[in-house]
Design a protein around this ligand. Structure first.
Ligand code: ZN
Length: 199
């Protein structure tokens, strides 16, 4: 992990500590910041998160406009549009860090583990989660939160190794792809892998 990635992680965790401790300062949300960002965006990190309304990244990391390049899907599922968005973040915006943020009690993962088969694209999305989580029997004994953690690590691995510009950024520039998990009850974010230079 390079120093820019480590600085981005520190920035995020300082914000999360404020959030979890109810010490929010709501930085970068005023007119001055909007005006500054008219010249362009230079986000510190990209984040792939769940669409769940209880997991809004700018709130739980206490940051604001221009800080995070965010992609959110139900269950943090990856498709071509997600990968393309993250490719844009690393290749054009040169973010040094992609955080993949799962969360406890994820409804999409729960529905997938319970074998739900809704019609339409939602059914295919749940099939995709099941494919990544392994067999339903094996997952059912783990509990949802343990599966979320394993699944989030797997998504981060997929992003690192897929034949994309993300992989190139990892290999060429030392871009870090880090899995993490947000606790709905505690308000805290936990890294799921340890990297050198991490706090
Ligand atoms: Zn979720």
């Amino acid at each position: 992990m390079n120093s820019r990635a480590a600085a981005a992680i520190n920035f995020l965790f300082e914000g999360n500590r404020r959030f979890a401790g109810s010490l929010l300062i709501h930085p970068h949300q005023d007119r001055q910041r909007r005006t500054k960002c008219l010249q362009g965006q230079q986000p510190l990190a990209a984040l792939l998160g769940c669409a769940d309304s209880r997991v809004p990244p700018e709130v739980l990391f206490d940051c604001g406009i221009g800080d995070l390049f965010v992609v959110r899907t139900a269950g943090t599922v990856i498709d071509n549009a997600v990968i393309a968005s993250l490719e844009y973040a690393v290749d054009h915006l040169h973010v040094p860090l992609i955080m993949v943020l799962g969360h406890t009690a994820c409804g999409a993962v729960t529905a997938a583990l319970e074998g739900a088969t809704p019609p339409g694209a939602l059914g295919r999305l749940l099939d995709g989660i099941r494919n990544m989580c392994g067999s339903a029997g094996e997952s059912a004994t783990e509990g949802v939160d343990a599966v979320v953690r394993r699944y989030t690590v797997h998504i981060a691995d997929s992003l690192r190794t897929a034949g994309t510009m993300v992989r190139a950024a990892v290999e060429r520039d030392g871009c870090a792809v880090v899995p993490a998990c947000y606790s709905l009850t505690e308000g805290t974010v936990e890294l799921l892998e340890h990297h050198a230079a991490m706090p």
